[in-house]
Design a protein around this ligand. Structure first.
Ligand code: GAL
Length: 458
């Protein structure tokens, strides 16, 4: 492994609903994920995040493990309904105290907090009373909640992420319905996406106007796979470009250019909401850096039959809107979530972003792989995960050599967690957990990562 730049940020990520547990105590309100995971059949094995990694009670132990690994930055999310149980109105002092104590603990351990304000656990009250991300009021509610977070934590938190993966919230939550709130529609995803962009921009506006003196940076964490043209034909090349625009440019173009990609406007017509001039201005320039969550790659061909949906399970979006067919190479190794391990796709995506958005600072805010590892003699041999990290970090290094301003890398995930609809059977963490006893064990991947950090002289 060649050296990374001296100021490169090495971290690990988690999110509130996936690790905190403590779902109904100390004044926390229910979230859409509490509700969704209580519906039979929605989550593999009927799992929920009610206890999960019990991080709420064991955060000190977890911070000590982070220190042991040597990570310098920790990305976690704040649970909106823990801080504001009804999503609006009164804040919950005990929720604020929890995050305040976590931030202090991190800083004492020499770990920089990177805080996501929203990682999908929307207060249930907002879903029931205001139609969640479809309702017109949500951007203002989000900005008011963000304001409370900046006020209480902004003296110590200098790295903010407004939203995690608005694409997932929109497509899986409102299009395919396999994530909370479980709605199925071909129009709602684009409204949910629109309101998320406005919510993000309003929160950034509050941060810059009211808390600019805190001297932090703020942005969004978008997810995108790489899309490789299946053949050299113009049809397939166009299809791959279109797929990337429907995936990533959907959220990034408004932020960097002030509007949606032309191809989305043409194809979606009235299903894609339009920005007013004032909104365009608010959204444009509303990120100090480019946050990217990246895991996998698929081939794209231009569809022969526009009504044919992709047969590949996974992150295609509403493929019929894009006129594409997705596929995977049979030789690609796949994780237990059926995601292909394709390190070069990571470099190509970083270069695509670098090129399209004018060389922004990029942080890989998530990257990692799930494997159903099991313990043998009290240990887990993490060869697959180490190989994954090695491959992807190697391609990150190549991207940096080509001039891409990649500034940091956050492994997903710090610890095994509630893997949304996949339940607990998919183990994602560098720290493995035995959920019966909640024993936390550092395994090969965490030690390997610690070695990389050490070798880079951080
Ligand atoms: C991301 C998400 C994380 C985690 C990861 C692996 O989409 O932000 O919460 O679940 O995928 O599935």
């Amino acid at each position: 492994m060649k050296q990374f730049p001296n100021d490169f940020i090495w971290g690990a990520s988690t999110s509130a609903y996936q690790i905190e547990g403590a779902y109904d105590i100390d004044g926390k309100g229910p979230s859409i994920w509490d509700a969704f995971s209580s519906i039979p059949g929605k989550i593999k094995n009927g799992d929920t995040g009610q206890v999960s990694g019990d991080h709420y009670h064991r955060f000190k132990e977890d911070v000590a493990l982070m220190k042991q690994i040597g990570i310098k930055a920790y990305r976690f999310s704040i649970s909106w309904p823990r801080v504001m149980p009804a999503g609006k109105g009164k804040a919950n002092t005990r929720g604020i105290q929890f995050y305040s104590a976590l931030i202090d603990e991190l800083l004492e351990a020499g770990i920089t907090p990177w805080v996501t304000l929203f990682h999908w656990d929307l207060p249930l009250a907002l879903q029931l009373e205001n139609d969640g991300w479809i309702g017109p009021e949500i951007p203002d509610y989000f900005a008011a909640y963000a304001d409370v977070c900046f006020e209480h934590f902004g003296d110590r938190v200098k790295n903010w992420i407004t939203l995690n993966e608005p694409w997932v919230m929109a497509i899986l939550g409102y299009g395919l319905g396999n994530f909370a709130p479980g709605r199925v529609s071909n129009a709602e995803p684009y409204r949910a996406g629109h309101n998320q962009l406005l919510a993000h921009a309003k929160a950034v506006d509050v941060y810059r106007k009211k808390y600019g003196h805190q001297g932090g940076q703020i942005g969004m964490a978008n997810n995108c796979d790489w899309r490789e043209p299946l053949t050299d034909s113009q049809k397939d090349k166009d299809a791959a470009q279109r797929a990337l625009e429907f995936f990533l440019a959907w959220f990034a173009d408004p932020i960097y250019f002030g509007d949606y990609p032309a191809v989305m406007k043409q194809r979606l017509g009235a299903r894609l909401p339009a920005f007013t001039e004032a909104e365009k201005e608010l959204v444009k320039g509303s990120a100090d850096y480019f946050g990217l969550n990246h895991y996998t790659t698929m081939y794209v061909a231009g569809a022969t039959d526009p009504n044919r949906k992709s047969t590949v399970y996974g992150n295609g979006g509403l493929t019929e809107d894009q006129d594409i067919e997705l596929s995977m190479d049979k030789t690609w190794k796949r994780t237990t979530m059926n995601w292909a391990v394709v390190p070069w796709g990571c470099r190509k995506l970083l270069e695509w972003i670098d090129n399209r958005y004018g060389r922004p600072d990029i942080y890989l805010t998530e990257n990692g792989s799930a494997w159903n590892d099991s313990k043998v003699d009290g240990t887990v041999a993490d060869a697959n995960r180490i190989e994954y990290f090695q491959g992807y970090l190697g391609e990150c290094r190549k991207a940096i050599e080509k001039g891409v301003k990649l500034k940091g890398y956050f492994a997903w995930s710090l610890m095994d967690n509630f893997e949304w609809a996949h339940g607990y059977s998919q183990r994602f963490g560098m720290i493995h957990m035995d959920y019966q006893s909640l024993e936390r064990t550092m395994k090969d991947s965490a030690n390997w990562y610690a070695g990389v950090i050490r070798d880079n002289g951080v």
